[in-house]
Every structure is written in structure tokens, then in C-alpha cells.
Design a protein. Structure first.
Length: 588
């Protein structure tokens, strides 16, 4: 017999032997997982799927309840906290794993199955186990961690003490990398030890946040700041003269980070600057005198006392000119800019309004508990009361009220920001804009711009609120009539009333509100509330649970008819309110 024939016989016998072995293995493993198959470190060969699922469930429970020690990294403060993967909502899908294990060697063509079974004799196969994480418990754990880990970056500052500018160094911030934390926890479950007594240390993933203004830039800005205090700045108005000394300029100076690269790191602080200069310029300003409508004794006729224009300082321009003068070596001189101070009610307006009547009024109510909010509402009411809207004019709430600043008399009160209530200067003024919006609706005047609040507020008529934010969201309406309109706003401790008056103004208004739709529940719940760090609370202090609010959509349709019943126009106001989370505020 030739050697080639002998080799062929040997190969054939080996193949037959291998096939026989595979066949025997297939017979033995009928209804059971093939040998050499593992998952989560558990040998599953020879087990029925139900048995495999039981073994995997036991191992999953061990892994999910093993202690995990979370520690702070380089960018985070030093801390240690112990949790389990189960606490964070990690879930192991043992049922799918058992099914996948059973499919090994049983899928594909006959040849592929034979090859797979032969490989299992030589090299075991580990089945990938589906591991997921539930959002609610994970977010609860992540929120708790963020209280310890996260902090905002602090920009370098240039401060002025006693006329001497100094640099305060910048500090990096830290942000919890939540996506990386998810993978860290799932990887710890997938690849960790089976020993329950062993605590696994995991470094919490944190991203460093660089400050916008570094210490190096602030030191460079320090060199450019000296000219600001180098000499007095002289103010003049006709025969009036006053000097702002270097000490005055030091009190007015404010660090201006945006100007660092341009070599002008200091600017005049608008609040401090105005307070310092205002008393000196008091003699320059003359308030206007409104016209008066005086009824006769018989109340059947009226006479008008003429108005007078006033003079006032243009503060924005003045402070800008002082700023420019302080940033140059010479000349350091400013002519005080003034402007005509028009009365609210001119003689012509008063003559036109002698026979006025109320065309619409509306009142909203609020709690008197928050005194800052009550003050802000009263401040806006006083600013708007007596305003005149002439025919064809578009009234702008933001233009009429102006910036809401502490210098203008506004206090910090709750405002809506990113779906939560936070302190903000001017909080509460939307009570006035909403009341005005409703009066305008009932008067039948065209609305040019209106924005709903981000959240649904039950204290207002459904779909009939109007939020404002200086520089972005405004409330505007047009006086499309032939009559001058008079706006009166009265505020007390628990209500604000808006009245619109005009002459020969007769319109009929019909309002209809759609059913509420597109209801969206809050993302968090009373069980797993959103954790919000509140610097107003002491470290470790927890506030009461703040209820969530469902998101929803609603629309209000209006039809406006003229005095003869003809339809003048229709409009519709769509409001989409976002859901508000259940929140617990904690001190940080």
C-alpha cells in the first residue's frame, strides 16, 4: 500500500472519529447547553436552559449586591461612598443569556454547527451577557454623587481694594461624567470578582471644566489696569463742574473679563457708578409735570392743566463716557449728556382723554408671603400706571419697564429657569404682564408678541399667561384704534389690577379654550426626585419635596367684533408647557 493511500486512510479515520465524537456530544447534550459554554464566569455546559437561568440568576444577584466603593479622582474632591450596582439600577438579563447559550452549536448550516461543536472541545466560549441600567435609580445615585463631585469653575478676578488692583487666582471646575459612570458600573458587574466580601474600588469619572479667564490672563490684565486710576475725571454741565478722584474711580471700577484681551480689564460698574454720581448731579435733573384733567363743579365739563417737559441725565451714555475717559491718559473730561424727560400724560393726550371710559379690566391674585415678589409687582405697577398708548403705537412691556436690576429697585424673588424655580432679580413681574395680557385680550386689541411660561401655573386662566424676560421675551400689543388709550395699574399686597381706558372704543370679544392635550409626566418622581444643589441652604440640609407639574398643551382662540357686530379679526394663542420635575433641594 502506498504512503499516499495510508495518509488518506488515516485522515479519513480521524475525521470519522471527530464526527463520531461530535455526534456523541450532540446526542448527550440534546436539550442541554453544549459543553464549553460559559457566561458570567459560570460553566453552563450540560445544563438545561431553566437550570442555566437559575445558576445565572444566583450569580447575577451576587454581582449586583457586591459592594462597590466609589472614590474621588484627580479632578474631584477626596471622598468615599459605598453602593451596590443594584442601588444604581443595573440589571442583568439572565433569560436572554440562557437562550443565547442554548443556541451555541445549534444555529447556521450543518457544517457550521459541526465546526462550532468541535471548537467547543478545544476552546470554551463565553457568552456576552446583556447588562442595562434603569434611568430612575441611576439618576438618583448620580444626583447624590454630583452634590459631592461637581463644582463650577471660578474665573480669575481683578479686584480693587483701597485703590490697588489685585488678582484672585482661577480654579477649575468639575462635572460628573454620567455616561462614563453608567459604563463603569456595568463593566464592574460584567468583569468583577465573584467574592461578595471583596469591595471593588471605582474611581468616579469626572470631567474638568476650565475657567473662562485663567490666572495668567488676569496677571496680564493687572498691568493694563493702572491707567484707570492715574488721574481725576472731570464732569461738566453748563456752569456746573465736579471731579471724580482716583479714589472715586476705584469705588466705581469693576473687573471686565471680556475686555482683558483688548487691554481694558476695568470698566465702570453701572450700579455703583450711578449711586456715587447721582447725588452730585441731582441739581441738573428736573422732573416733568403731567397734564391734569380737572372736572368742573357740575362734573359735566373738564379743563386741562398743561404738562411740562423735564430734563434728566442720560445715565447709560454718561457712564460709558466716564468709562472711556478713565481708560485714556488725556483728555479726562466728560460733558454730562442730558435728554428731554417727557411727561407720561401730555397736554394733547389729556385733551383727548377728557371723556374716556374703561374698555377692559382684569385682576389676578397672589400670596402676600413673599415680600420681595410683592415689592417687584408694586414696582412694575407704579412704572406702568398712567402710560398712554397712542393710535397706531405698539406698546412694549420691556421698553416701558426697562431692565430689572437692583439699582432700579427690584429684589430677588423666584423665577423659572430651566424648569425650576430659582432666585432672580425682578421675580414676580410676570404677574403684571399676565394681567395686562388678559386686559388686552378682553379689550380686543391685536397682540404682537406673547410668550407662555415654561411651566403651567394654576393661578392664571388656562392658556392665558404671558411671561417676559428683558432682552428676549416681551409682551407687545398694538393700539389699532383711533383713540388714545390710558393704562392704569394698581397693585396691593395680594392682587394687581389693570385697566385700559379710551374714547369711543366699542368692541365685543369672544374667547374659547381648547381641551388640554399632549400631557407629559415629570421625568422624576416622589420616590426618585431630582436632587438640586441650593447654595441658600446649609451644607447637608434638605428642603421639603417640591411637587412635579405635568407638561401639557392648550390653545385659546379669540374673535373680535366691531360695534356693528362685524368680525374684525380672529387670533389664536398656543401654549406648550414643559413638565417640571419632582425636586429635593439640598445644601452644597
Amino acid at each position: 500500500m502506498s504512503r499516499g493511500r495510508q495518509a488518506s486512510i488515516i485522515v479519513g479515520l480521524l475525521v470519522l472519529l471527530a464526527l463520531s465524537a461530535v455526534g456523541v456530544d450532540a446526542f448527550i447534550s440534546r436539550g442541554r447547553i453544549h459543553r464549553g459554554v460559559t457566561a458570567l464566569g459560570v460553566q453552563l455546559g450540560g445544563l438545561a436552559p431553566v437550570e442555566a437561568e437559575t445558576r445565572l440568576s444566583q450569580e447575577a444577584a451576587r454581582r449586583l449586591n457586591r459592594r462597590l466603593t466609589l472614590v474621588g479622582g484627580d479632578a474631584a474632591p477626596a471622598f468615599t461612598t459605598i453602593i451596590t450596582a443594584a442601588d444604581a439600577g443595573v440589571h442583568i438579563d439572565v433569560a436572554t443569556t440562557a437562550v443565547r447559550a442554548m443556541e451555541v452549536g445549534r444555529s447556521g448550516s450543518l457544517c457550521a454547527r459541526l465546526i462550532e461543536r468541535m471548537r467547543l472541545w478545544i476552546s470554551p466560549r463565553d457568552i456576552a451577557t446583556p447588562i442595562t441600567i434603569d434611568d430612575a435609580p441611576f439618576l438618583s445615585v448620580a444626583d447624590e454623587l454630583s452634590i459631592v463631585v461637581e463644582h463650577l469653575p471660578v474665573d480669575a478676578e481683578l479686584v480693587v481694594n483701597g485703590g490697588e488692583p489685585k488678582v484672585i487666582a482661577a480654579r477649575k471646575g468639575a462635572r460628573l461624567n454620567r455616561e462614563a459612570l453608567k459604563h463603569l458600573l456595568m463593566d464592574a458587574v460584567a468583569g468583577g470578582t465573584r467574592d461578595l466580601q471583596v469591595t471593588q474600588d471605582l474611581q468616579v469619572p469626572v470631567d474638568a471644566i476650565a475657567p473662562k479667564l485663567t490666572t495668567e490672563k488676569a496677571l496680564k490684565a493687572l498691568e493694563d489696569a493702572s491707567i484707570f486710576f492715574s488721574a481725576p475725571v472731570r464732569l461738566t454741565y453748563r456752569d456746573w463742574v465736579a471731579d471724580l478722584t482716583p479714589d472715586d474711580l476705584a469705588q466705581m471700577a469693576q473687573f471686565f473679563p471680556e475686555g482683558v484681551d483688548a487691554g481694558r480689564p476695568l470698566t465702570v460698574d453701572s450700579t455703583t457708578g450711578r449711586e456715587l454720581v447721582e447725588q452730585r448731579l441731582a441739581a441738573i435733573e428736573t422732573p416733568p409735570v403731567d397734564a391734569e384733567i380737572v372736572p368742573a363743579v357740575d362734573r359735566r365739563s373738564y379743563s386741562v392743566i398743561a404738562s411740562k417737559d423735564g430734563v434728566r441725565v442720560n445715565w447709560d451714555t454718561l457712564l460709558r463716557l466716564i468709562d472711556q475717559a478713565a481708560l485714556r491718559s488725556a483728555p479726562r473730561h466728560v460733558a454730562v449728556p442730558t435728554e428731554t424727560w417727557a411727561p407720561r400724560l401730555t397736554t394733547l393726550d389729556a385733551e383727548m382723554l377728557q371723556s374716556r371710559s374703561v374698555i377692559a379690566s382684569f385682576t389676578t391674585y397672589f400670596s402676600p408671603a413673599n415680600r420681595a415678589r410683592v415689592n417687584n409687582i408694586a414696582q412694575v405697577a407704579a412704572t406702568l400706571d398712567g402710560r398712554v398708548i397712542r393710535p397706531g403705537e405698539i406698546f412694549s412691556f420691556n421698553e416701558a419697564v426697562g431692565p430689572r436690576t437692583q439699582a432700579a429697585g427690584y429684589d430677588e424673588a423666584p423665577v423659572i429657569d430651566n424648569g425650576v424655580l430659582v432666585p432672580g432679580v425682578g421675580g414676580g413681574i410676570c404677574q403684571v404682564s399676565t394681567t395686562l395680557f388678559n386686559a388686552v385680550l378682553l379689550a380686543g386689541l391685536p397682540v404682537v408678541e406673547r410668550w407662555p411660561h415654561a411651566l403651567f401655573l394654576e393661578r392664571y386662566p388656562v392658556g392665558r399667561d404671558a411671561t417676559v424676560s428683558y432682552g428676549s421675551q416681551d409682551f407687545r400689543f398694538r393700539n389699532d384704534s383711533d383713540s388714545v388709550l390710558l393704562l392704569n395699574v394698581v397693585a396691593a399686597d395680594d392682587f394687581v389690577e389693570v385697566k385700559l381706558s379710551g374714547v369711543a372704543f366699542a368692541r365685543r370679544v369672544e374667547l374659547s379654550t381648547s381641551p388640554i392635550r399632549d400631557v407629559v409626566p415629570p421625568r422624576s418622581s416622589p420616590t426618585y426626585p431630582r436632587i438640586l444643589v441650593d447654595p441658600a441652604l446649609a451644607p447637608g440640609q434638605r428642603d421639603e419635596l417640591e411637587p412635579g407639574i405635568e407638561g401639557r398643551s392648550v390653545s385659546v382662540r379669540r374673535s373680535v367684533h366691531g360695534p356693528d357686530g362685524q368680525l374684525l379679526f380672529t387670533d389664536e394663542f398656543e401654549s406648550v408647557y414643559q413638565p417640571k420635575d419632582w425636586i429635593v433641594r439640598v445644601g452644597g
